[in-house]
Design a protein around this ligand. Structure first.
Ligand code: ATP
Ligand code: MG
Length: 613
């Protein structure tokens, strides 16, 4: 490919709004252009790497038996109403109407579409398992698109959906997918960390995210230095740092010997830190109580509150459209809202407004507590139950309780692990102190269970002719984010340093002046390399050599060959070859150059593609 015939508008400067290197470099190297916030175009250079990434994914995913389809990006809103996500998905879902006033959805993900497609043809257990995938456009109306294609509104996702007769079959595909992901990321030259992740309100039985460490990552990962435990903070657990909570009956008996609850005046002191100073105690002796408003709660609360359950759509599961809950946790800990949403099976969750807190607790903000709180259900983190004699808000301005005892003065309707695990907490597996890293999610594998197959009436006949509902898995990798992450991991001041497998071209030939014998030698080398199947960019522009060198560094082609009069006049004639990212260049005989380069490129690619040792 000749530079002059390729559309490659490189820029020395610009990308001023870019905060991270990959965004700036993708812009300057002419890989992408921004059309609007969160909407990007890939130019020819960017698209070449993008296609190489697509093919790596295809090869690895086909190798584990999944088959590619192409679903429409715009799908009937009706399918999303069937699954219940038309309502629960919120504003991230881009909805539209066609001229016949029919509701449509621009796919943010494709569980509904794939379930509906498979529903057309599935009738027997003999057809299962089925594992289908696509590499296709997604749209999510992200509130704050940022970091270029890392978090865009429109992006491309590899997404696969598998359908199974039982857990065992699902588990085997889920694991195969995990292994394929590891190979995909290795082939890209990326170091990924697989972490346990939240399965969300879908209530699936397992979920793992594939993260790259990143300073701009919006996930906190907890990792164990001693064993292989790694988890997203949304899911991370830890060993308890309190004495085990006795069963309720035992707690009640024990409570009879403890001092009675007392009300104390705490004028003008509100925060736990202020209270600790005022009462000369430690935050570990406080029960912190937070009021949350949860939407579309699937957890059965009958007997706990008298709210009414409703079905968002005829076939969806019944939910409580709006529930307020009080969450109690030890004063030095923080509630993990993802864990809470997962326990409640809530589609959405947020701290209640000040107005709601006043109405529920009959007190200003800062005085909530579980004693006498009957308006809403109380759910407790185990840490709150373990405090022998606690301080807590007394549901009245400037008042707190002391000597509050679980089982005697308050009892939650349920307890669960709701704490946010932090660096220093003990690994749940081996007890070593965990440490934290920031991560960016590149891929996700997920055991979905029967949520979609049930609500969308996907069924098959088993061996006995009985109708059964398949269990499902879903899997996704963001291609744009993966490509940007490769650049984050492989670049320097001058530009991108492409890994061999994703480089838009393997070799760039830079004739110092594209004329005469230099031109003839450069053309000959390009033709020779192309015969070997090497992707070559020939910089035939009438630019100064320095400009061409800078561009070659910026776009990051792995091998640069400089063809100039001086080296050609050597006996034998020579080319100067330099690997991008290394300081030194070498002179290679003109006659040997094509063989030499082809071999180097092949070795580099093989090294990345090779099996994990
Ligand atoms: P995030 O938490 O970053 O919003 P997610 O968990 O919602 O991502 P999934 O639904 O698991 O994303 O989608 C699978 C993959 O799609 C992600 O791992 C990520 O690589 C990619 N992806 C998701 N949202 C975006 C986006 N806005 N821009 C680019 N890629 C995205
Ligand atoms: Mg995810």
């Amino acid at each position: 490919m000749k530079f002059s015939e390729f559309y490659l508008p490189t820029l020395r400067e610009g990308g001023g709004d870019a905060i991270i290197a990959s965004h700036r470099l993708m812009f300057r190297s002419g890989m992408i252009r921004k059309l609007s916030n969160g909407l990007f175009a890939y130019l020819p250079l960017g698209l070449r790497s993008f296609r190489k990434l697509e093919n790596i994914i295809r090869e690895e995913i086909e190798a584990i038996g999944a088959r590619e389809i192409k679903a429409p990006v715009v799908v009937p809103g009706e399918l999303w109403k069937e699954s219940g996500r038309w309502d629960s998905m919120g504003d991230a879902l881009l909805r539209a109407k066609n001229r016949l006033n029919v509701d449509l959805v621009v796919s943010p993900t494709a569980e509904e579409a794939f379930t509906a497609i498979v529903r057309e043809d599935l009738f027997s257990y003999k057809q299962l398992p089925v594992n289908l995938y696509q590499i296709n456009t997604k749209y999510r109306d992200e509130i704050r698109p940022r970091y270029g294609v890392m978090r865009a509104r429109e992006f491309v996702m590899f997404d696969a959906y598998s359908f199974h007769v039982d857990e065992e079959s699902l588990d085997s595909v889920y694991k195969a997918m995990g292994r394929a992901y590891k190979r995909i990321f290795k082939r890209c030259g990326l170091s990924v960390i697989p972490v346990k992740a939240d399965s969300g309100a879908m209530g699936g039985a397992g979920s793992e995210e594939f993260m790259v460490e990143s300073l701009i990552g919006d996930n906190i990962l907890l990792l164990c230095p001693a064993c292989d435990y790694s988890a997203n903070v949304e899911k991370a657990g830890c060993q308890a740092d309190f004495t085990p909570v006795p069963p309720l009956q035992e707690a009640k008996t024990r409570a009879s010997s403890l001092p009675a609850v007392e009300i104390i005046d705490t004028p003008e002191v509100k925060t736990i830190a202020e209270l600790c100073t005022f009462l000369k105690t430690d935050a570990k002796n406080f029960i912190k109580t937070l009021i949350y408003r949860a939407l579309n709660v699937e957890l059965d609360l009958s007997g706990v509150c008298n709210l009414e359950r409703k079905k968002p759509s005829p076939d969806a599961l019944p939910v409580y459209p709006e529930v307020f809950v009080a969450v109690c946790i030890r004063g030095d800990l923080d509630v993990n809202e993802v864990k809470l949403a997962s326990v409640l099976k809530a589609a959405e969750l947020a701290l209640a407004s000040e107005e709601d807190v006043r109405r529920i607790t009959q007190a200003p903000l800062g005085f909530a507590g579980p004693v006498g709180l009957s308006a809403i259900p109380i759910i407790a983190d185990e840490s709150a139950l373990a405090i022998p004699c606690a301080f807590t808000g007394a549901l009245a301005e400037d008042k707190h309780y002391k000597n509050v005892v679980y089982g005697r003065d308050w009892t939650p309707f349920m307890s669960a692990d709701l704490r946010t695990v932090k660096a220093g907490d003990k690994c749940p597996v081996c007890g070593e102190a965990l440490y934290e890293k920031k991560g960016n999610e590149l891929g996700h594998i997920f055991k979905l269970g029967k949520k979609y197959s049930t609500s969308m009436h996907l069924a098959y006949l088993d061996e006995t002719g009985k109708s059964q509902i398949p269990t499902m898995g879903c899997y996704g990798i963001g291609l744009d984010r993966t490509l940007a992450s490769v650049i984050e991991e492989h670049h320097d001041e001058a530009g991108i340093i492409w890994t061999a497998t994703l480089a838009p071209f393997d070799v760039i030939i830079v004739p110092v002046k594209y004329d005469g014998e230099v031109k003839a030698a450069a053309d000959e080398l390009a033709a020779h390399l192309q015969k070997y199947g090497i992707d070559v960019l020939l910089d035939d522009r009438a630019e100064r050599a320095g400009v061409k060198f800078n561009d070659a560094d910026l776009i990051g082609i792995p091998y640069r060959v400089v063809v100039g009069d001086k080296n050609l006049s050597h006996d034998p004639p020579e080319f100067e070859i330099k690997k991008r990212g290394s300081k030194d260049s070498e002179l290679i005989e003109r006659g040997r150059a094509a063989d030499y380069l082809a071999q180097r490129v092949r070795l580099d690619i093989e090294q990345l593609n090779g099996d994990e040792s």
